[in-house]
Design a protein. Sequence first.
Length: 87
Amino acid sequence: MTDEHLDELMRQCADATPLKRLNVTEQSEVFAWLLDGHMERTGKPLQRPRPHAVPVAYANDGQPIYKPGTDFSPTSTVSMPAQAAKV
């Protein structure tokens, strides 16, 4: 089972710090060490960027046509799973 919240937290920290120089396995080790008594996760929901919606066709006047129900929001929310929270 993957922890999407921790993955997104690592991605956001790596983009803003020298952690981006490390590969994913090394980043996981750094976060495991930090979470082992040096840092605590608050469970704050994180915003993950999502890919732009892609049109399936174009109208005669050049306007894009999207599938019904296409989500145009720029981000998706990633919440921390209950089992990851310290009690």
